[in-house]
Design a protein around this ligand. Structure first.
Ligand SMILES: *Cc1c(COP(=O)(O)O)cnc(C)c1O
Length: 483
């Protein structure tokens, strides 16, 4: 019996409010001495009662709704759901004695999303500052504070906010002077923005396959992709797992190539020496889209160590205008400036980065605990000493598993759980047809078919991780014909 939904009909408005506050369902069921539910009150009913001038000590029985919709228990779940609509958000399920059995609501039926955000810190407070003070464009103190905070977190000298992660990548490449004819090596499996930024800069993306175990760029394949036109490498710390930067840096050093780190998915991940991703390259780029580790809605950041490079990127971000002379353009730049409102949200998010990462670690451990012994599932390997942050918990559904990745996604969807396929290999997508040089990307192609990302966000409950895993484990031990 869902006791936290119940309150005696003899109670006061204050008692009912306290009950709603505890159950966080926005409704209280009022029962008589025989535990029969005789009326309900929603938080909206209470608000209207108070606005009519009644006090908190007013008895609920005088204001409650006695003519409420309910259904008898014992029907198929679908029958209850079918009665929910825009106006009717809840259905009370009562037994023969009119005692409460359960409350069915859309909230329980909603798909578990792959990721969700939490803005419960100082986000609103800081945004209100922007609005009260009229600082809503890219001028304003939160932009500088967010940049300072982000740079300090990474122990880097320079940080530059941008409109989004792709803009940060474009700015990095433009800042490094990558232009027409220049080749830039990117992993065969990544979100398309990594390669798009190269193309926007006028460059040519050259794909390199990912490693069998880490699913990040394979350093052993770099040499064979390098030509006299190669100017830079963009390693991506895929799904929050740091790429093998030590080996990548060796190759880059040997050939005099720039490294631009794509850290869109790896905020907080670290290398064996304890430094964070984003600190071992010429420029590192972050994204604050809503599904990333922290969010500003849309937004990005570029970190650099070199003062001149930082200054050039800063100019390019701001139409290429000279820092010394108004309306004087040194470069045909862009407008990639983040607004003060976005930065206000970003700063508030950074205040809680420690908690976010702790939660992600616990979610990661829980997923692994449930799924580690299940035959046919391959987990992403984290190299010894490296620390990943579990952007999206991702596994490969190998042929040993009784069902395909697509079948598993379908099963999860039917049970109310959203998931995502692994990033499809870039080389055979229409956008990259002009850059297709070879067709051998066995790992990227395997992962395109087998990889699945499961719900992961900063406040995903352990109960939900358990629910997802139960379905996967159940599916993993069932033959095809049983489904
Ligand atoms: C999200 C993402 C980007 C792009 O970031 P936006 O802020 O959406 O422009 C780039 N690279 C990778 C690997 C990403 O996951």
């Amino acid at each position: 019996m869902p006791n936290d939904l119940l309150c005696p009909v003899s109670a006061t408005i204050a008692d009912a409010l306290r009950c709603i506050d505890r159950n966080a369902r926005g409704i209280v069921c009022l029962h008589d001495d025989g535990d029969r539910v005789v009326a309900i009150m929603t938080d909206g009913d209470i608000r209207r009662t108070l606005l009519r001038g009644f006090g908190l000590d007013s008895p609920v029985r005088e204001h409650a709704n006695r003519d409420f919709f309910w259904m008898p228990h014992g029907l198929a779940h679908k029958a209850y759901i079918a009665k929910l609509n825009d106006k009717r958000q809840y259905i009370l399920v009562l037994d023969e004695q009119r005692r409460l059995v359960s409350l069915v609501s859309f909230k329980d039926e909603a798909m578990l999303p792959v990721s969700s955000i939490n803005l419960a810190g100082n986000e609103l407070h800081y945004v209100l500052h922007c609005i009260r003070d009229n600082w809503i464009s890219s001028q304003g103190r939160f932009v500088q504070e967010f940049e300072k905070n982000f740079a300090a977190y990474h122990a880097m000298p320079y940080a530059l906010t941008t409109t989004n992660g792709t803009a940060a990548l474009h700015l990095a490449l433009a800042g490094l002077g990558i232009g027409p004819g220049d080749e830039v090596i990117v992993p065969a499996s990544t979100f398309g923005a990594t390669a798009n930024a190269v193309i926007h800069a006028g460059g040519i993306p050259v794909f390199v396959d990912i490693e069998e175990d880490t699913w990040c760029m394979d350093p052993l394949l770099l040499e064979q992709a390098i030509t006299p036109a190669t100017k830079a490498i963009i390693p991506v710390h895929l799904y929050g797992n740091p790429a093998n930067m030590e080996e990548i840096a060796k190759v880059a050093g040997k050939h005099g190539l720039f490294i631009v780190e794509d850290c869109a998915e790896s905020l907080g991940a670290s290398f064996p020496d304890g430094t964070l991703t984003g600190t071992k390259s010429d420029v590192s780029c972050f994204s604050f889209f809503s599904n990333k580790v922290i969010t500003t809605g849309e937004g990005g950041m570029a970190l650099a160590r070199d003062a001149d490079l930082h200054r050039k990127m800063q100019q390019l971000r701001d139409h290429g205008v000279s820092l010394a002379r108004k309306y004087w353009h040194d470069y045909p730049g862009f407008n990639y400036r983040m607004t003060n409102i976005q930065a206000a949200i970003g700063l508030a998010q950074m205040e809680r980065i420690g908690d976010f990462l702790d939660m992600r670690e616990r979610i990661f451990a829980r997923y692994k605990e449930h799924l580690k012994d299940l035959p046919g599932l391959q987990m992403q390997t984290i190299k010894p000493g490296y620390s990943a942050i579990n952007w999206l918990f991702t596994v490969a559904v190998t042929p040993e598993f009784p069902h395909s990745r697509d079948a598993l996604m379908e099963i999860l969807k039917k049970r109310g759980i959203d998931s995502r396929p692994f990033f499809p290999a870039l080389f055979h997508q229409p956008a990259y047809a002009p850059y297709r040089r070879k067709d051998e990307f066995p790992v990227a192609l395997r992962m395109e078919k087998e990889g699945i990302s499961l719900p992961t966000s900063n406040f995903l409950s352990m109960a939900n991780v358990d629910k997802v895993c139960e379905i996967i484990v159940e599916t993993g031990y069932r033959k095809k014909r049983d489904i």
